[in-house]
Design a protein around this ligand. Structure first.
Ligand SMILES: [Zn+2]
Length: 205
């Protein structure tokens, strides 16, 4: 799929296939949504949450950005895109689960490692991936053989920790209404690894 013509051909295939088969579902979704799971994933084209989890329309509330990052709670004026989505998902949709999903070969994580070596990483990517600085420094100081993967995994923990800085997230977690999860998708093998939040390790599921 390279051109807009390819894109529109894909749309026509959707209209004739999946849409036709799910027309009733789409009609009911036209009245509103009530997903119970929020995914915070990377913008990377290879880690598509709906595909990986075999999710139907209406089942996943998804935010994707560079390196699946959640900034910490801030009260400053600003354009807080992830925070707005979180507020809506937790406050209005009342999702029961938030999954932060990272992936192998993440360009945003690579940018964070590049910045540590003073290589240029972009006007907007640079400041954004500074959210990984603390995790990155721990990984680099550990003498890791594979800092890219180790930072992909550690960055998922950073986002989960940052989720807990939002008062409405913390309240929902503490009341048992919301659970936070981490996952990492190994693209080349199509395998998902799930985070054990207690010992911060990942196991293939
Ligand atoms: Zn990525």
């Amino acid at each position: 799929m390279n051109s807009i013509s390819d894109l529109l051909q894909g749309y026509r295939a959707f209209r004739d296939g999946p849409y036709q088969q799910q027309a009733t579902l789409y009609e009911s979704l036209g009245k509103g949504q009530s997903p119970n799971i929020m995914i915070i994933g990377c913008a990377d084209s290879r880690a598509e949450p709906a595909e990986i989890f075999s999710a139907a329309p209406g089942q996943l509330f998804i935010v994707r950005n560079v390196a699946n990052l959640v900034p910490p709670y801030e009260e400053t004026d600003g354009l807080h895109g992830v925070s707005a989505a979180l507020e809506f998902a937790v406050g209005s949709l009342k999702v029961g689960h938030i999954v932060v999903m990272g992936h192998g070969g993440c360009g945003g994580v690579h940018a964070s490692l590049s910045a540590a070596e003073d290589r240029p990483v972009g006007q907007f990517v640079g400041p954004w991936v500074r959210l990984l600085d603390a995790a990155r420094d721990v990984v680099l100081q550990s003498g890791s053989d594979d800092p890219q993967t180790d930072l992909e995994l550690a960055g998922i923990g950073t986002s989960i920790d940052n989720l807990m800085t939002f008062p409405f997230v913390r309240d929902a977690v503490e009341s048992g209404a919301l659970e936070l999860h981490g996952a990492w998708f190994a693209i080349a093998h199509g395998e998902l690894h799930w985070r054990d939040n207690k010992n911060k390790s990942f196991e293939k599921v």
